[in-house]
Design a binder for this molecule. Structure first.
Ligand code: S3P
Length: 429
């Protein structure tokens, strides 16, 4: 689906409560299902990806009630999950695929996991290899590399596993398997990645330890249903943080945003670039939350790499746009994981922003951007990737001419109300 965007000297003023965190929403359904008793979730993200997770667990016999404001999961425990009669369709969701594999690897039944065109090209061996080592039988296209995957879970033995990639999805898959194995599973991360799974094990009454970069979990723990309040997704807020920072005259507040330090790299980058950002913490019993207020101002270039990358991996497309408006050369490195996201995000960002006049080059593990540049109108494509679609829509705010975005429907994967929220803070200079 095409969308024609044409903004005439827009200004963004006002506040938005962005939808619930995608990573936490997925996990709240999964933990709700493998815990015993009722889990009540507020702030759940009703985007396509998280709805796929609900669908998969329903197919395994879990009752999940969807209400206007809440989702209620009637947990059955790991042992209560049933062999699905139909294939488990994860849609576009890599998080559903990989975390689900960790859960299925310990279940004594057969299942088949399938997803869309993009999922079919995302690497799964990184997950199926350690899970097979623990005792699951998994096969798939190209020697178990790609979906469709078939899994027969089994009795799992714990492992000590050094992650070859700084990936929270991989870590979480092994944690879900470790919870079902008899004994102690140890995972060593090359860099710290988002720790929502670890946080939730504790929220649901379990224990998990961390010693430096090593995470230690015991199998056989009984988890209990909880009330979970999902904070706003900082990865969705990032689009409005960037828009507020680069659209002249803007001031935007994002309410109730999750600011877990393992996710909040975008805040550090905005500060490094000289952006005007106010962070007002809100007391929380769960994950850390804050109201964030950003104002338009002059930005300078920065360097992004190393341990910062996993803390902002999903924000790199919008950070690249920020860099086109910053004075100097911004370098993003150590981000080769971008090549295996919903699309190859190095190519997608560089090629699509170039069509709008950005001065941007791809490198092997990131990109180099010169700014500031005045962007111009053109025809661009989300390539079926929600974050590329939203980044291009924010780019259009800077452009006097028309911008035509192909594949705009992909935005519903993580932010179905994106344009409604954008319109709510849009006025003219
Ligand atoms: C996620 C982890 C990240 C991130 C993805 C969500 C998660 O992926 O890019 O959008 O919820 O664990 P990787 O684990 O592949 O880095």
């Amino acid at each position: 689906m095409k969308q024609l965007l044409s903004f005439n000297q827009p200004v963004l003023q006002g506040s938005i409560r962005v939808p619930g965190d995608k990573s936490i929403s997925h996990r709240s359904i999964m933990f709700g299902a493998i815990a015993k008793g009722k889990t009540v979730i507020t702030g759940f993200l009703k985007g396509d990806d998280c709805l796929s997770t609900i669908d998969c667990f329903r197919k395994m016999g879990v009752t999940i009630e969807e209400h206007e404001e809440t989702i209620i999961v009637h947990g059955v425990g790991f042992e209560g999950l049933k062999e699905p009669q139909d294939i488990l369709d994860v849609g576009n969701s890599g998080t559903t695929t990989r975390l689900l594999l960790g859960i299925l690897s310990g279940r004594p039944f057969h299942s088949v996991v399938i997803g869309d065109h993009s999922i079919a090209s995302r690497p799964m061996k990184r997950v199926t290899e350690p899970l097979s080592r623990m005792g699951a039988t998994i096969d798939g296209r190209h020697n178990g590399q790609y979906t469709p995957l078939s899994i027969r879970g089994g009795e799992l033995t714990p492992i000590t596993y050094e992650l070859p990639h700084a990936s929270a999805q991989l870590k979480s898959a092994i944690l879900f398997a470790g919870l079902q194995a008899e004994g102690t599973t140890r995972i060593i991360e090359p860099e710290k990645t988002r720790d929502h799974t670890e946080f939730m094990i504790k929220q649901f009454g379990g224990t998990i330890d961390r010693e430096g970069n090593e995470i230690i979990v015991q199998g056989g723990q009984q988890l209990h249903g909880q009330s979970i309040d999902v904070p706003g997704d900082i990865s969705s807020a990032a689009f409005f943080l960037a828009a507020g920072a680069i659209v002249k005259g803007s001031r935007v507040s994002l309410k109730h945003v999750g600011v877990n330090p393992t996710r909040a790299g975008i805040i550090e980058v905005l500060e490094q670039m000289g952006g005007s950002l106010q962070i007002d913490g809100i007391p929380s019993k769960g994950e850390p939350i804050a109201n964030l207020t950003v104002e338009y101002g002059k930005l300078t270039s920065t360097e992004i790499g190393g341990a910062l990358i996993p803390r902002l991996i999903d924000e790199i497309p919008i950070i690249a746009l920020l860099a086109t408006q910053a004075e100097g050369t911004t370098t993003i490195k150590n981000a080769e994981e971008l090549k295996v996201k919903e699309t190859n995000r190095i190519d997608a960002v560089v090629e699509e922003l170039s069509k709008l006049g950005a001065n941007i080059q791809a490198t092997n593990d990131g990109m180099i951007i010169q700014g500031p540049t005045e962007l111009h109108g053109g025809k661009v494509n989300s390539r079926g990737d929600h974050r590329i679609g939203m980044m291009l829509a924010v780019a259009a705010l800077l452009i006097k001419e028309e911008v035509e975005i192909e594949g705009i429907e992909s935005i519903s994967v993580s932010y179905p109300g994106f344009f409604k929220d954008l319109n709510s803070i849009l006025s003219k200079q």
